[in-house]
Design a protein around this ligand. Sequence first.
Ligand code: AMP
Ligand code: MG
Length: 313
Amino acid sequence: MSVGRTGAYDKHYRWYGSGVTSDTEIDPDETTADTEPTGSAPEDLDLGGVVARSRAGSSFSLDDHDPRDTFGWDKEAAKARVLSEIAVVAELQKLLFAERKQALLVVLQAMDAAGKDGVLRTVLTGLNPAGVHVTSFGVPSEEELAHDFLWRVHRQTPAKGQIGVFNRSHYEDVLVVRVKGLAPAKVWKKRYDHIAAFERTLVDDGTAVVKLYLNVSNEKQRERLQDRVDSPDERWKFRRGDLEDRKLWPDYMAAYTEAIRRTDADHAPWYVVPADRKWVRNLVVARILRHELEQLDPKFPPPEPGIAGTIVE
Ligand code: AMP
Ligand code: MG
């Protein structure tokens, strides 16, 4: 897996480091196991309508999405099922990688402490690292600010055969930029259309785009930020700026709502993932990734003619 960070260099930022273990949610060795679901769980193919019920849609309202939703799952069943979902995702990734004709871009957006890093650790475990490209988008550098807002983004989109994951993304340019007034309204207001056109370009060229909003509640964010302050293992993740963003919560919710409404499209859907419970969040993300890869339906390329039956000496 290649990981990159774009934006001004931040010496306090660590990416993965030498094993961020305190809240690793699953044992990486388990993820390739052929685990069957256990315990009580809805039986239908879509895990109780997870994909359909998480779709945002252009009339989306946060009121319709409960951050504590479980979709009828209990914790033990979900934890087992996420492993088998990841195993399916890994099989599909193998085909995508071999085929090299299509790509998948996964955009992760959320408030602080909603679990973007947790999703990366959990759901991407077990994938072939050679086929995954993760980019974290931080505060733009001087060079990045000297270009149009999509410049730094476009160069990180996945190549054919790859799964690209954006930890934050071009959406920050209509979220933090809007909420903190980092650009005039007449600038950021045009960006919804620019974003829609950009994503259309990617899709038309063979890159599927899926956008995930990890929906954490205000109260759960408070709890998790407090845990970060209180726990020596997690304190490194905490920044004072997180509190400023927290104070602006209603403005962020309004900005997310408009961004999601205006850029949801069948070819580049938004999903709202309940994020107050890590085990629900992981299950839903894994299921959506599986769904998106199944839509792409990648296939092994045909071998060179006459290979079958060749004896290797
Ligand atoms: P984190 O992902 O929590 O490590 O923090 C990255 C920070 O970069 C967040 O506070 C984002 O709001 C900020 N950021 C990301 N993209 C932009 C952008 N285009 N303009 C300004 N700030 C940004
Ligand atoms: Mg942060």
